[in-house]
Design a protein around this ligand. Structure first.
Ligand SMILES: [Zn+2]
Length: 466
């Protein structure tokens, strides 16, 4: 225990040296790892010991790794009590000179201090009693030079040759559910996949296995949170058929870090195409006029071409267009299916009720009233004598033209009126121009780019037999 009769000397990390005793260091936790427990081999009874690593910073230049050893309950309690962003006092640590290239160094975040600290029974860690606000800006300083990040496109293109840890600077695109997984050692682990994007690529999935980072991710907002991840591991996912990244025990995550690259990226992120439909919509604007699509295909021919493309690993230009003569076998305009997408008129984020819930949006923090935007967003099913294409996207102006009705007017219609519109196409033979668009290595999005009732003579002349 601490000998309170000896006055503690407050020391900055910059002034640390191995002969100091009875010291106190104040700093902010910028990252921490999951604690581990192990059987104490020195004890004759079954006793578990624990170890926990975290990283502390007290100036933009100075940060250090700290390892806390003790009875496993004490260590796990300390881990519960202190989080990234907490300002703490480290009392009576043991100061060790770091041995570079030591194996233990490979499993800890990169730091600037030539020392590391060990806490044991004689040491303690408490929340800082004084002013903490001075330390909070330190959370915005990256722990490695930001300029060393790898663009996401390079990870997808040359993932197989990446053997080392990589740094990533990207903006949040979306957050997956927190999942529970039982490890090989029967430990229950939490995992969450965060999807990020940058200028070069709309998606990289990063698996987070660290409860502290999962906890912090609750505050991340798509398009508005930039993240700098140090020391990620790149791996191939057989299941997703693409390269993904995962957090390592060297990883530090800096949220919206300082740096001009970050501001440029956030400016781009505000309205970059990141949702699958946005990428598809953007691609559709590059297509020639639908009337020039003359490549007539049956449903089966389209499906065969999609399956062949999915077998190729390289994502080159697999997109294609086709003209299809098919029945509209499902078009739910008056039932329970979604028909409209409603977004905030300001920040363009989807809204559920009538108000925007994006805390970064000026309509929220300035109580501004702006009309939401309406857009058709419908799934349609097309069938012919060779098969059925489900989940075809039928969106935006294509629908407005086909139904001769704007999305906003549609939103005010009664179910009967919607039903009348539906029967204009349902079960009718139509000439449908489609675009098949691959986003990443997933099953492609089939988009209707034009639809009209078919002329029977035209159908008889052009229908493919198989
Ligand atoms: Zn908004």
């Amino acid at each position: 225990m601490n000998d309170t009769s000896v006055a503690l000397q407050k020391v900055n990390l910059r002034r640390l040296h191995p002969y100091l005793d009875n010291i106190l260091i104040v700093g902010i936790i910028i990252g921490k790892q999951r604690p581990r427990k192990f059987l104490d081999k020195k004890s004759s009874v079954e006793v578990y010991r624990g170890v926990w690593n975290f990283t502390l910073r007290d100036s933009p230049q100075d940060y250090i790794n700290i390892t806390y050893w003790g009875p496993s309950e004490v260590i796990f309690q300390a881990n519960e009590k202190f989080r990234t962003g907490d300002v703490v006092e480290i009392i009576n640590p043991k100061i060790n000179v770091r041995i570079l290239n030591d194996t233990s160094e490979q499993f800890r975040p990169m730091v600037t201090s030539p020392y590391n600290l060990t806490l044991n029974e004689k040491s303690s860690i408490v929340h800082h009693a004084g002013m903490s606000v001075d330390y909070l800006p330190l959370l915005k300083f990256p722990t490695k030079p930001i300029a060393g990040f790898l663009p996401l496109r390079d990870i997808h293109n040359s993932g197989a040759s990446i053997k080392d840890f990589i740094d990533v600077l990207a903006v949040v695109r979306g957050l997956g559910q927190v999942r529970t997984i039982t490890s090989k050692t029967n430990e229950i682990m939490l995992v969450r996949t965060v999807e990020v994007f940058d200028h070069t690529c709309p998606s990289l999935k990063i698996d987070i296995w660290d409860p502290d980072i999962i906890n912090r991710s609750e505050k991340w907002t798509p398009r508005f949170t930039a993240l700098f991840f140090t020391d990620l591991i790149v791996l191939w996912s057989n299941f997703q058929r693409q390269f993904i990244a995962k957090v390592s025990n060297r990883t530090i995550v800096t949220e919206n870090p300082e740096g001009k690259e970050v501001q440029l990226l956030l400016d781009y992120a505000k309205d970059a195409p990141i949702e699958t439909f946005e990428i598809v919509d953007q691609f559709l604007t590059t297509l020639p006029d639908p009337s020039t699509i003359r490549d007539i295909m049956s449903v089966k021919q389209i499906q065969d071409k999609i399956n062949a493309s999915l077998q190729e690993v390289r994502s080159g230009s697999k997109q294609f267009t086709a003209l299809l003569f098919a029945f509209v076998s499902n078009l739910d305009l008056d039932g329970l299916s979604q028909t409209l997408m409603i977004t905030c008129g300001k920040c363009k984020m989807p809204i559920k009720g009538s108000l925007c819930e994006n805390s970064e949006c000026s309509t929220v923090y300035e109580n501004e009233v702006i009309d939401p935007e309406f857009k058709f967003d419908i799934k349609i099913t097309l069938s012919d004598h060779t098969g059925t294409l489900t989940n075809c996207r039928f969106r935006g102006e294509v629908v407005e033209q086909a139904l001769s009705c704007t999305a906003r007017d549609f939103s005010n219609m009664s179910d009967d009126e919607k039903s009348m519109l539906k029967w204009k196409y349902l079960m009718e033979r139509c000439a449908v121009h489609i675009a098949v668009i691959f986003v990443g290595n997933q099953y492609p999005v089939v988009s209707v780019v034009n639809i009209r009732l078919a002329d029977p003579v035209e159908v008889g002349r052009s229908l493919p037999v198989y």
